[in-house]
Design a protein around this ligand. Sequence first.
Ligand code: FAD
Length: 481
Amino acid sequence: SPSIHWFRDDLRLADNPALAAAVAAGPTLCLYILDERPERRPLGGASRWWLSRSLAALSSELERRDGALLLLRGDPETLLPKVAEMIGAALVTWSRRYDGDSVALDARIKSELQNGGRQVSSFNAALLNEPWQVTTKTGDPMKVFTPYWRAARARGEPPAPLPAPVRIATPALPAGLTALAVTREDLALEPHAPDWAGGLREAWTPGEAGAAAALEHFLAGPLAGYGEDRNRPDLASTSRLSPHLRFGEIGPRQVWHATHSAVESGAAAAPESDAEKFLSEIGWREFSYHLLFHNPDLATRNYNPRFDAFPWRHDDAALEAWRRGRTGYPIVDAGLRELWTTGWMHNRVRMIVASFLIKHLLIDWREGEAWFWDTLVDADPANNAASWQWVAGSGADAAPYYRIFNPVTQGLKFDPRGAYVRRWIPEIAALGDAEIHEPWKASTAILRRAEIELGVTYPRPIVDLDAGRQRALAALAATKG
Ligand code: FAD
């Protein structure tokens, strides 16, 4: 009798144990449900675009193996049991998710299906370790990354990835079910008027093949030197795997094994230390999921409750200037424009823009989290929330509250020739390396030659760095005490 594999954040065929179990048991209905329950946090615009393209890629991969992807929209809690009933499914499988809403939803659906006499099997496709498998000696959740990662590593190598199923037979679909099905166009996930996704299309190839190509490219090149260069937004030195990992087009077990074998075989000209550094970033992702699982409201509530009394400012004009990349600080503006155009921002620049919003502008980290949620193609319930809290100082193992990035110093250090700023802020590109990170210091003659009129063609700084820093330190010190 037939099985159902319910695809969610595991949009791949290889190393997908839940899919493999369904296929081993019988003809498999592959299902994706666009979850439209009002209590579910809706996907942001950039994530919707990615999802649409990823579903298209998944659908063609399935068809190449005689399978098919059925799309539905609505409430999975009513739809999944209904579909199982319609096709007489004996087994329903899925890959686990770890946010509070999903954990509760999955438990309800599981018991409903089991009450209907069906077998339900869930698997781990997203993480090296389940969030509950890594604990302190006394069995409590971990709060600090280094011991977390040490304990995770001590659990040994992750299992070798599974191959993709060779053939995926599809059960006959009753007419009632085909009538429920929608097309990808019906889901209206991609923007039309206006179509703002041109930069995304240019930058990315969503889907399992795109993910594999990104990993291969990274291992063959940028991995060598990653430990040093990963902080440089002017160099293409990181893997850009984040959206692929977010949607499960590739899993961390695959990344782990491919990285080790590339280094051991010599296919990557990188020393073991670069591989270890890279895998420890995958470790930060694991740690974020650990935090999210144990703190389901990580995106909305301060992990450290002392921050609940923090005197955030409400300043719509400043917030809008930040969102649009018009703060007058080139490295900040470059990052926010890279985000707006490509749906991605370099990690170092994410830290700089987040610190600027929270500390220099004194705007609630949740405003930044929400903007990233809407605009990032890798917007991730665990990584985004944990990282914003990390920068705010309100999180677990967070940056100390007095660490306030100076955007000029950061720019000079990590974009030393200004190439990153020039790429994203063409209106100041004619400035020399000495002024590119602080155009307000350029002489009138230089500005005139570069055809820049501060306050007209490019903004003057919206906040004074010293004054902003003092204001933040005062507010943070009061909160701390
Ligand atoms: P690489 O350097 O190649 O790292 C490989 C993978 O490790 C990444 O794809 C990612 O899955 C993981 N990773 C790397 N750095 C981190 C980190 N600091 N924390 C957690 N996981 C990490 N990452 C997201 O995936 N989604 C988000 O929504 C997100 N929001 C962020 C918000 C802020 C304010 C900050 C400071 C960081 C955020 N990050 C987020 C983490 C990090 O910036 C991105 O994962 C990274 O830039 C992705 O680029 P990459 O794939 O080339 O990274």
